[in-house]
Write a protein that binds this ligand. Structure first.
Ligand SMILES: Cc1cc2nc3c(=O)[nH]c(=O)nc-3n(C[C@H](O)[C@H](O)[C@H](O)COP(=O)(O)O)c2cc1C
Length: 443
C-alpha cells in the first residue's frame, strides 16, 4: 500500500498516439491503423513498466475536432478500451469516465462491477455529470442547471453503490457436494426511488478483491470538490501553481471531513505535461512541432491579456522588454499562470519561445532534461500541492517512454515514488480502504 510519503502517478489518456491531437503526425508514430487498440495497449504496458498506479481515461463523447489535423478524443468508447487494457496488463488500474446525465445507474453498476471482477479489482469509475451541452446533444439530453445536475449525480452515484452491494459478501457457495451455487437469500434487491432516478433490483455479481470499483471524479468547481470529498477516492484536477494545488487539495480534504470521512481517503491528482529531451532547446523545438502558427497567434493574444502588455505577432522573434515586465501588476484577479509567464519572460526568451514553453496551457509544462520534470513533481508533492500527478505527454511513443525510462528512476532514487506495486488492487495502489456497497458513514 502506498503511504503519504510517496506520490501517485497516472497516465492521462484521451485517445490513441498521445494527448496532443497532432501526436499522430510525429515521426515516431507508425500510423497504419486507426483506431489502433494495439497501440493503446502498448502505451498502457509502458505506463505499467513505469509502475504508474493508474491510467485516467477522460471522455467527451462525440466531440468533433474543429482542426482537420487533430485526432478526435477517445474514438473507441472507453469501456472498450478499458477492457482491452485490463486484459493486457497485470497491475495498473484504469479510471474510466462515464457520465451520469445520459446513462442509467444499473448499466453503469453492471459494467464497472464486471470490469472490476474481470481485472481482479483494478477499475475505477470516473463519475462526472457531463457538463457540455454539445456532448449532451448526442444523447438527446438537455442539461439540467448545475444544482440539479449535481443533485441527480449524487443520486445516481449512490444508486450505483447500492447495486454494487446487493450480492451478500458470503452469498457465493460454489459447493459441488451439496449442489449449491449461491445462497440467493443473501442477494438483496434494493428499491431506489429518487427525484431523478428510479430503479429496483439486484446485481447478481459477487465482490471483487477490492470490494467494488473505486470512484474518481475530474473537475475543480466548488460543486465538483463537494461531490468528490463525499464519494470519491481521487480527484483529477487542473491547477497551475503550488499555491493553487495546496488550496485545492485542502478544500478537497475539508470536503471529505465535512462528509464524515477521513481526509486521507481522497487523493488530489494534479496534471503535468512533461517534455523530456536532452536539453531545454531540444525540448522546446520538439514541443513546438505540435503548435501551429494559428495557435501561436492565439497565445500571443492570451499572453498580452494576462500581462496587460500590448503584444502582436510582429513581436514574436524578440524578448519582451524588461521595463514593460517590471510594470506588470499582479492582483487577486490575475491569471494563475502569470507568475510563470513572467519568470520565463524574464529569462530573456523571445516571445515565440515563451509560447513554446507552454506558459499558457491546460496544465503546467516542464521542458528539458529529466531532472527538471522530477524536480517539479518532487517540489509540488513535498509542498502538499498534490498527492499525485496525471502525466499528459504530447506523444506516448516517445514522451511517455522517456518519462518512464528517465524521470521515474530519479523519483524512485529520491524515495518519493514506489519501486514496485505493493498490492494487487487499485485501492491498494492508491492507499484507500476496501469498500462494499454505499459508504455506511453517508447514510
Ligand atoms: C481536469 C479536468 C478533467 C475533466 N475531465 C472530464 C471528462 O473527461 N469528461 C467530462 O465530461 N468532463 C470532464 N471535466 C469537466 C468537469 O467534470 C466539470 O463538469 C466541469 O469542470 C464544470 O464544472 P461543473 O460540473 O461544476 O459545472 C473535467 C474537468 C477538469 C477540470
Amino acid at each position: 500500500m502506498t503511504n503519504n510519503k510517496q506520490m501517485l502517478l497516472g497516465l492521462g489518456f484521451t485517445g490513441t498516439f498521445g494527448t496532443n491531437g497532432k501526436a499522430w503526425m510525429s515521426e515516431d508514430v507508425d500510423i497504419r491503423t486507426y483506431p489502433d487498440i494495439e497501440a493503446d495497449i502498448r502505451y498502457a504496458q509502458m505506463a505499467e513498466k513505469g509502475k504508474f498506479q493508474f491510467i485516467f481515461i477522460g471522455d467527451f463523447p462525440g466531440a468533433v475536432p474543429n482542426d482537420n489535423r487533430d485526432v478526435p478524443g477517445m474514438t473507441l468508447e472507453p469501456i472498450i478500451t478499458s477492457t482491452a487494457i485490463l486484459r493486457a496488463t497485470k497491475h495498473i488500474g484504469v479510471a474510466n469516465t462515464v457520465h451520469t446525465q445520459w446513462n442509467t445507474p444499473y448499466t453503469v453498476a453492471r459494467q464497472f462491477k464486471g470490469l472490476d471482477l474481470m481485472s481482479g479489482g483494478r477499475i475505477a469509475w470516473n463519475a462526472v455529470t457531463g457538463s457540455s451541452p454539445q456532448v449532451a446533444e448526442n444523447f438527446g439530453v438537455t442539461l439540467l442547471d448545475r444544482q440539479a445536475r449535481y443533485e441527480s449525480h449524487y443520486e445516481f452515484v449512490e444508486m450505483v453503490q447500492h447495486f454494487w452491494g446487493t450480492w451478500g459478501k458470503d452469498a457465493l457457495k460454489a459447493d459441488k457436494t451439496r449442489g449449491v451455487f449461491a445462497d440467493y437469500n443473501q442477494v438483496k434487491k434494493v428499491y431506489l426511488n429518487g427525484r431523478y432516478h428510479q430503479a429496483n433490483g439486484a446485481l447478481p455479481m459477487p465482490p471483487s478483491p477490492q470490494g467494488q470499483p473505486v470512484i474518481f471524479h475530474s473537475g475543480g468547481s466548488p460543486a465538483s470538490i463537494a461531490f468528490a470529498g463525499r464519494y470519491a477516492n481521487a480527484m483529477i484536477g487542473e491547477v497551475w501553481t503550488i499555491e493553487q494545488g495546496i488550496e485545492t487539495r485542502n478544500a478537497l480534504r475539508q470536503a471529505a471531513i465535512d462528509a464524515g470521512r477521513n481526509p486521507d481517503e481522497i487523493k488530489f491528482i494534479a496534471g503535468l505535461m512533461p517534455v523530456v529531451a536532452d536539453s531545454k532547446r531540444k525540448a522546446l523545438d520538439r514541443h513546438a512541432k505540435f503548435m501551429d502558427e494559428s495557435l501561436v497567434y492565439q497565445r500571443v493574444q492570451h499572453i498580452s491579456m494576462v500581462l496587460g502588455i500590448r503584444l502582436s505577432p510582429a513581436d514574436l522573434e524578440k524578448p519582451i522588454p524588461h521595463e514593460l515586465l517590471d510594470r506588470v501588476e499582479i492582483d487577486a484577479y490575475s491569471d494563475p499562470r502569470i507568475e510563470n509567464v513572467l519568470k520565463v519572460a524574464r529569462e530573456g526568451w523571445s516571445l515565440r519561445d515563451i509560447i513554446y514553453h507552454s506558459v499558457i496551457d491546460y496544465h503546467p509544462v516542464t521542458l528539458g532534461e529529466a531532472k527538471e520534470t522530477a524536480d517539479h513533481l518532487s517540489e509540488w508533492f513535498e509542498a502538499g500541492a498534490a498527492d499525485g500527478f496525471w502525466i499528459i505527454p504530447d506523444v506516448f511513443e516517445t514522451d511517455l517512454a522517456r518519462f518512464v525510462d528517465e524521470v521515474v528512476p530519479i523519483l524512485q532514487e529520491r524515495g518519493v515514488f514506489h519501486k514496485d506495486y505493493e498490492g494487487n488492487t487499485l485501492r491498494e495502489h492508491l492507499g484507500v480502504p476496501y469498500q462494499y456497497g454505499l459508504d455506511e458513514r453517508l447514510k
